[in-house]
Design a protein around this ligand. Structure first.
Ligand code: MG
Length: 363
């Protein structure tokens, strides 16, 4: 099975409400879609969201990396030699992990379709359904408490609370949410690099002393500040998860060797797709470090690929795949079923996506 053509398109899906973190505010999902066509007629689908504030990958950068480097490197290549193909993709251009992830996802989709098996089964098949949290955007405390109650009414029992804009409000934010939701709801928080190491230790320990019962904190300090992350991990009662610190298996290894974090957040857009995500998961297995699977604000094509990874690997014990349920509509046919907190993987071959409505082709 040979790659004959790679087509690029854009997709636009409005969010239910604006998404706000310490890094950015977003109103809609505006992603690049990759369609890989083959001489068998089979088509593989991938997706990349522009997240300039996190990965540096803007829409223009994603399209440029695909057109100038990745597509010329892959056209005419064979799916039967899968590992050389993945290496070719990763070597086509440095960085540009979102563009690589979109193509990696489409290639895994085709590989599964070629073999007649769902990708999660090819990778390990540890379960068929997973339970996701939902994100509460960072806002004034009362508004966040109201948003938390809306999430509970939708059936969620784990909330990921964004903090870090005006950190003096962060303890009050968590107090307001905990008071609104009661003691049985799991609260995890994400500072998106907003705190200094000392500020992080002070705020996290204040939260624990108030009995707010925080499950974990994601990325309290700057992504490249591994020493600062370790400082927080050693001094905080709250377990620390590395997110923006881990863009590769090498980053994950360094963090785990240093003991700089208790947990790792894997995202396909940070590491360049399933091929590299599997390396992070394997390294984490060796160190016995549990992982979360996360996503950016993405529609269902790429989040669906993350679902296959999570259903394959039991080292992934926490799931933050709420991109599709934050969208007001779902233009993707096939793939995993997102029923609020419960996500069930598809047993169709590949990643199970059969088509995408409303695409604007760019070629
Ligand atoms: Mg995060």
């Amino acid at each position: 099975m040979k790659i004959t053509d790679i087509r690029l398109a854009k997709i636009s899906v409005p969010l239910r409400v604006p998404f706000k973190t310490a890094l950015r505010t977003v109103d809609s999902v505006e992603d690049v879609i990759v369609e890989i066509h083959t001489d068998t007629g089979l088509v593989g689908y991938g997706e990349a969201p522009p997240t300039g504030a996190i990965t540096g990958d803007t829409t223009g950068a994603i399209l440029g990396a695909l057109r100038d480097h990745i597509i010329p490197a892959l056209r005419g290549q064979s799916l039967e030699e899968f590992e050389p193909l993945m290496k070719r993709l990763q070597k086509a251009v440095v960085h540009n992990t979102s563009a690589k992830a979109a193509v990696d996802i489409a290639l895994y989709d085709l590989y599964g379709k070629m073999l007649g098996a769902p990708v999660y089964q090819l990778l390990g098949a540890s379960r068929r359904s997973i339970t996701t949290d939902i994100t509460i955007s960072v806002n004034p405390p009362e508004e966040m408490a109201r948003d938390a109650l809306v999430a509970l009414a939708r059936g969620y029992d784990t909330l990921k609370i964004k903090v870090g804009i005006d950190p003096t409000l962060d303890v009050a934010r968590l107090c307001a949410v905990r008071q609104a939701v009661g003691p049985d709801i799991r609260l995890r928080i994400d500072a998106n690099q907003a705190w200094t190491p000392k500020q992080a230790v002070m705020l996290l320990n204040q939260m624990q002393e108030k009995g707010l019962d925080i499950e974990l904190v994601e990325q309290p300090v700057a992504g490249r500040d591994f020493a600062g992350l370790k400082y927080v991990t050693e001094r905080s009662y709250v377990p620390v998860m590395a997110d923006e610190s881990v863009f590769s298996a090498e980053d994950a290894m360094t963090i785990m060797q240093m003991g700089a974090a208790d947990l790792i957040n894997i995202k396909l857009m940070k590491c360049g797709g399933l091929y590299n995500a599997l390396k992070i998961a394997s390294a984490a297995e060796v160190f016995g470090v549990e992982c979360m699977i996360g996503c950016m604000l993405e529609a269902k094509v790429s989040v669906n690929a993350a679902v296959h990874l999570a259903c394959a690997k039991s080292i992934i014990t926490k799931v933050d795949l709420d991109g599709p349920v934050l969208c007001s509509e779902d233009p993707v046919d096939g793939g995993s079923v997102f029923d609020e907190k419960i996500i069930t993987v598809s047993d169709a071959p590949g990643l199970g996506v059969t088509g995408i409505r409303g695409l604007q082709y760019l070629d």
